[in-house]
Structures are given as C-alpha cells and as structure tokens.
Design a protein. Structure first.
Length: 365
C-alpha cells in the first residue's frame, strides 16, 4: 500500500540529500551501526562490533522518546517533544537532513513502511500521522484521531493496517486502504503503553493492563504481553494458513492464555527473538529475562551490578545477541547462549539513562 504522491519530485529530493551525505566522510562500510538515546538529550551512534562511539548528536529540545532506522539503513528517525527529525546514519552531522513540522506535544512512537516510502508517528496530541517520504512537502499527509494520548504505533506486516495503543486503554486498528477502523478495550482502567507487530505475515499486537505489550512470533501463532505489574501473558491461537490475517481476525480467534509472573516490579518490554524460540521481558527490577517460547520455561536472567531499569531491547537477526538500554546510562550487548555481557557502549557515552535504541542487523559478535 502506498499513498498518492508527487513521486518524481519527492524521490529527487530524497536522493539529493543522500547524494550530498555520501560525499562527506562516513564510517567504513563494514561498520554496523547502533543508535542510542536517553535523558541526556543526546543521540549517539556506535560501531556495534567494537563499542566505539562514532558521533554524538544533540537533541536539545527534549529527551528522545523513540527511534527507528529506515529499512535501507540510511536514515534514523528520532521523535521527542514537538519534533520528528531524520538524521543520516552514515554521515552523522549535527543537523538533521529532514525536520518534520506540524506536531504538538510529545511524539511517542515512530516507524517506517517496509520499503521506506512513508513514516508513521503517534503522540500526546492524540493523533497518528502518516508522512510520505517521497514528497518535497514535508507536511503530514493523513491523520487518525485516537481520542486519547497515543503511546505506541506499529504497522501490520501487510502494510495496510496500523495498530495503535492509547492512554485510555484502547487498542485501535486503522485500515489505510479503506479508512475502516475499530477499537477494543482489553482491560478497564488501563493504559496501553506499547504495541508491536512481529516480522511476519501474520500480525501481533500489544496491549496491557496498565501496561501490557503483546507481540507475535514470525509464524503468527503466539503472542505475549507484559503488564506494569511484571506479569507476562502468552497466548497461542490457531492459524488458518491464510496470508490475510488482520487484527479483526485475531480478535475473533479464541486464545489459551498462560500467565507468568516474570518480574516483581514494573514490566517495561517483551519481545520475541527473530527465530521465535525466545521471549525477553524487561523490568524496573534491573533485569531482562529470557523465556522458552515453546515450554514457557525460564531460561536465564541478564543483569549486572548497577544496571537499574532496563528500558529497551533489540535482538540480532540470528537471535544469538541482544542489546539492552538501561538507566545506568550504558547500552550493552549480550551473548544470549552465555547470558553474559559481551560488550558495553559507555566510552564517551551517555551521562543519564538510556531509554531507547535502534539497530539494523549485521555481524555484531
């Protein structure tokens, strides 16, 4: 699915700033880039396989709430208070290559269409916005009003539906082709802090009971949710083998829910590994925990002294490594089989909590 655009003018504009950036000095081609951001109003680029800080960019207006690297690995979108900025990953100059205007309050979530044609955002102004990256005009092209603060937005793998979680506890689905939308209230008196959808043909969602995230694995047969209480819910549903699974189809399927007390303090994230064999949960209890998806058994705990809250995680594509962002101001690379820190990203690093990270995969071990 794509939006109607003046494609020739937009593509020319996008290529112009890419060409300009390529003439500047840039990291070596073999460098795998990790981006981190946090309460110190800084974005940092790292060489993932060495831990070297390549560049520090100031984000003076606010902390960064969310980041995403474009599908081609060339651009980093970062959102904060009243701003959405795009930075060139390979040429980390302090000024963004694109500033998106017309947003109010905090922008809480950002992501890309799978071919990088457009970007979506959601925030405290209660709106989900679509931005066509091929147009010279950098204004919002389409808007969905959720009726409450939007905490998280994710795109269905079919590229035609957006999943939205809001502060009133509702999960919305917005069909971009038909403009059809539907909302459900998973639990009363709750806030949906995060929604997510796996890299699969089937889709998963995140909801929560004050905070619950729901993820699906690449086979589309399992979802997981973590609450602010640290309770993790996993559920399997029967796939019909169709490739046109939608949010509505998932809601119509009965699920068998398993409850696991994953953490005794505030739950923050839950994500499946790319091979869907592991589920990671993170918490204010200073840990990230790994769980076997098939058996629901506890596998290991990833923590070190002084780590504090673990805010965000990202797996490598081979499911052998995982990055964490935590309140000790240090991003870490973990070897999953060993449950040990393989590398830390702290030299010339952050001075306050690291709350989000972005990574496009390569060899990190």
């Amino acid at each position: 699915m794509s939006l109607p655009v003046d494609s020739n003018a937009a593509l020319a504009a996008q290529q112009n700033y890419k060409d300009q950036a390529s003439r500047e000095s840039s990291p070596a081609e073999e460098d795998v880039i990790l981006a981190t951001a946090g309460y110190d109003h800084c974005i940092k680029f790292w060489t993932a396989h060495t831990g070297k800080c390549l560049a520090t960019l100031q984000h003076p207006d606010s902390q960064v709430n969310d980041m995403e690297i474009s599908p081609d690995g060339q651009l980093l979108a970062a959102c904060g208070y009243q701003h959405i900025r795009m930075f060139d990953v390979n040429n980390a100059k302090p000024n963004p290559v694109v500033n998106f205007e017309g947003v109010n309050k905090n922008v809480m979530s950002v992501g890309f269409q799978e071919e990088g044609r457009w970007m979506y955002t959601g925030g405290e102004d209660e709106k989900v916005r679509l931005w066509d990256l091929r147009m010279r005009n950098l204004q919002c092209q389409r808007t969905f009003h959720a009726g409450a603060i939007v905490n998280s937005v994710r795109l269905h793998p079919n590229q035609q539906e957006l999943l939205v979680g809001d502060a009133n506890g509702q999960v919305h689905v917005w069909n971009l082709s038909s403009e059809w939308h539907q909302s459900i209230l998973p639990e009363k008196d709750s806030s949906i802090q995060c929604v997510d959808i796996g890299n699969c043909k089937f889709f998963f969602e995140i909801s929560h009971c004050t905070k619950m995230e729901i993820f699906s694995d690449p086979s589309g047969t399992i979802i997981a949710a973590i609450t602010n209480k640290g309770t993790c819910y996993t559920s399997s549903f029967n796939s019909t083998g169709q490739e046109d699974w939608t949010l509505l189809n998932l809601f119509k399927n009965n699920t068998n829910i398993k409850k696991t007390v994953a953490h005794k303090k505030y739950g923050l994230k839950c994500k499946f590994s790319p091979d869907s064999k592991l589920l990671v949960t993170t918490s204010a209890d200073h840990t990230a925990k790994l769980w076997d998806v098939g058996s629901h058994d506890y596998v290991s705990e990833l923590t070190v002294e002084g780590q504090r809250w673990v805010w965000d995680v990202a797996f490598s594509a081979d499911s052998q490594y995982m990055f964490t962002a935590s309140s000790d101001g240090v991003a870490k690379l973990w070897s999953i089989p060993d449950a040990e820190v393989k590398r830390t990203y702290k030299e010339n690093g952050h001075t306050k909590a690291v709350t989000c990270l972005a990574f496009r995969d390569g060899q990190v071990g």
